[in-house]
Design a protein around this ligand. Structure first.
Ligand code: HAM
Length: 432
C-alpha cells in the first residue's frame, strides 16, 4: 500500500520551512510594531460558530464531523469568527480597541488547484472596538508595511466600501439574505449571473443599472467624484462613499497612497459591512488574492453588543508563492554552521562535549552520531552545508587543542579547546 498525504495538503521540507519561518517572523515583527498581541485558538470549533452568520450553505465548504460525544464540530475555515468568540467569552470588559493577531492553519473543502489548498495558513489580525475608517486606515498601512518589509514587488491594494452597494439595495428593500446572495455573485465577478439574480429579485431598472455600473468602477481617488454623481439619489450609499473618501485622506497620513479604488470588491464572507480591501499579485493567476479584510459585524450577530471591528488576513501560502515567483528571494537563515567530527571512536565523548559547548553559545552545530569513519563524516558535513568542521583527534586533545577546518577554503588550524566557541563565533559573525 502506498501512503499518500490527503488531497489538498502539502509537506514542507527543510529549505521551504526556513523560508516560511523567515517570512512568518518578518510579518510577526511588523504586527507587533503596531501594538498587536498574539492569540491562539483551537483548530476545531463548534460548527455553529461558522454557520450562525453564513447559514447552512457554508457547510459544503467546511470540514465538519461529529466527535464520539455526538458534538457537531468543524475544522476552522478562518479565524475571524473564533476571535469574535474569544471576545465574547473573555474580553468584553477589556480596554478597547483590542488588537490581536494570529498565525495558524485553516481548512476549507475546496477543489485544490495552484494556490488553493484544503489546509492553508493565515497570518492576520482583528482590531475590536475602534472606529472606522481610522482602524481601516491603520490595518491597510500595516498590511502594506508587511509586504514592503518582505520586499514583495508588483502587488496591488484594492479598496472599496460594501456600504455603497448595500445602501442601494437597502433603499430598494432587498432583504439581508438576498443581499448576501448578491454580494457572493459580485465577489465571483459573474456579471451575467448577477443580472439574472437582480431581475429575479425584481430590483428596479435604475438601481440595477447603477449596481452594474458601480461594480465595474476602478481607479484613483478621482473616481469618487463620478461615483458621487451616479449615486446622488441614495443617501445611505453616499454616506459610505464619504467614509471611503475619509479613509483615503487618512491613508495619506499613514504614508500610504499606492492603492486602487475598486467598487467591485464584495468579499467572499458575508460578515463585512463597510470598508473592505483585497491585495492581488497578478503573477499568481486565478488565486491572485494574497490578502483580504475589512470592517465587519460579527460580535452583534453572535449576541453581543454592537462593537465595530476590522481585520484582515494574509493567505500565507500565497504570499510565499508570490515571493518565490520574483527574482529577489528572502534570505535563508539557520544553515548548519559547524559539524563536530571525532577522528576516532575514542574521542567521541569529547566531540559531544565540544558540540554542546558550541550549541550553548548559539552556534548551529551538528555532531557525528553514526560512528562513521572520518572521510565519510567530512563528505556528510560538506553535503549538509557546514561552514566549519571541528576535528577532534587524540593527539590534539593531549595538547588541549582541536583542529578547525574551513570547508570553503580547506584551511586547517589548531586552536585551544577553551577558545573554540569564541574563535568560531568570530569567524561565523565577523562584524560583531
Ligand atoms: P478570506 O479572503 O476568505 O478572508 O481569506 C484570507 C486569505 O486567505 C485570502 O486572501 C487568500 O489569500 C487565503 N486563502 C483563502 N482560501 C485559501 C485556500 N483554500 N488556499 C490558500 N489560501 C487561501 C478571511 O478568511 C477573513 N477571516 C479575513 C479577515 C480577517 N477579515 C476580517 N478579519
Amino acid at each position: 500500500m502506498e501512503l499518500q498525504k490527503p488531497r489538498g495538503t502539502r509537506d514542507f521540507l527543510f529549505e521551504e520551512m526556513k523560508e516560511r519561518k523567515f517570512v512568518e517572523n518578518t510579518m510577526r515583527k511588523v504586527f507587533e510594531t503596531y501594538g498587536y498581541q498574539e492569540i491562539k485558538t483551537p483548530i476545531f470549533e463548534d460548527l455553529s460558530l461558522f454557520t450562525l452568520k453564513s447559514g447552512e450553505g457554508i457547510i459544503e465548504e467546511i470540514y465538519h464531523f461529529q466527535d464520539k460525544g455526538g458534538r457537531d464540530l468543524a475544522l476552522r475555515p478562518e479565524l475571524t469568527a473564533p476571535v469574535a468568540r474569544i471576545y465574547l467569552n473573555q474580553l468584553q470588559k477589556a480596554a478597547k480597541p483590542i488588537k490581536m493577531y494570529y498565525f495558524g492553519s485553516c481548512f476549507r473543502y475546496e477543489r485544490p488547484q495552484a494556490g488553493r489548498f484544503r489546509q492553508f495558513w493565515q497570518l492576520g489580525c482583528e482590531l475590536i472596538g475602534g472606529k472606522s475608517p481610522d482602524c481601516q486606515a491603520e490595518i491597510i498601512a500595516l498590511a502594506a508595511h508587511c509586504l514592503e518589509e518582505l520586499n514583495l514587488e508588483d502587488y496591488q491594494i484594492h479598496l472599496g466600501n460594501l456600504g455603497i452597494l448595500r445602501g442601494i439595495l437597502n433603499q430598494d428593500g432587498v432583504s439581508a439574505d438576498n443581499q448576501d446572495q448578491i454580494m457572493a455573485i459580485v465577489d465571483k465577478g459573474d456579471v451575467e449571473e448577477l443580472r439574472k439574480l437582480l431581475n429575479e429579485l425584481k430590483i428596479g431598472e435604475k438601481s440595477e443599472n447603477i449596481l452594474l455600473e458601480l461594480i465595474g468602477i476602478q481607479g484613483t481617488q478621482e473616481i469618487i467624484y463620478d461615483v458621487k454623481t451616479i449615486i446622488k439619489d441614495y443617501p445611505d450609499a453616499l454616506k459610505s462613499l464619504k467614509e471611503l473618501e475619509e479613509l483615503l485622506i487618512m491613508l495619506e497620513s499613514f504614508g500610504f497612497a499606492d492603492y486602487i479604488v475598486n467598487l467591485g470588491i464584495a468579499r467572499g464572507l458575508d460578515y463585512y459591512t463597510g470598508c473592505v480591501f483585497e491585495i492581488y499579485v497578478e503573477g499568481l493567476g486565478a488565486q491572485k488574492q494574497i490578502s483580504g479584510g475589512g470592517t465587519y459585524n460579527l460580535i452583534e450577530v453572535f449576541g453581543g453588543d454592537h462593537v465595530e471591528s476590522a481585520g484582515f488576513a494574509f493567505g500565507f501560502d500565497r504570499v510565499m508563492e508570490a515571493l518565490k515567483k520574483q527574482k529577489t528571494r528572502p534570505p535563508l537563515k539557520s544553515r548548519l554552521e559547524v559539524f563536530v567530527a571525532p577522528i576516532s571512536s575514542e574521542t567521541k565523548l569529547n566531540a559531544f562535549k565540544i558540540a554542546q559547548k558550541l550549541r550553548k553559545n548559539g552556534i548551529i552545530t551538528d555532531v557525528e552520531l553514526s560512528g562513521r569513519k572520518l572521510k565519510k563524516i567530512l563528505s556528510f558535513a560538506d553535503n549538509s552545508g557546514a561552514r566549519f568542521v571541528v576535528l577532534v583527534g587524540a593527539r590534539d586533545l593531549e595538547n588541549g587543542e582541536v583542529t578547525i577546518k574551513d570547508m570553503e577554503t580547506g584551511n586547517q588550524e589548531q586552536i585551544p579547546i577553551e577558545s573554540v566557541a569564541d574563535v568560531l563565533d568570530n569567524r561565523i559573525n565577523p562584524s560583531q
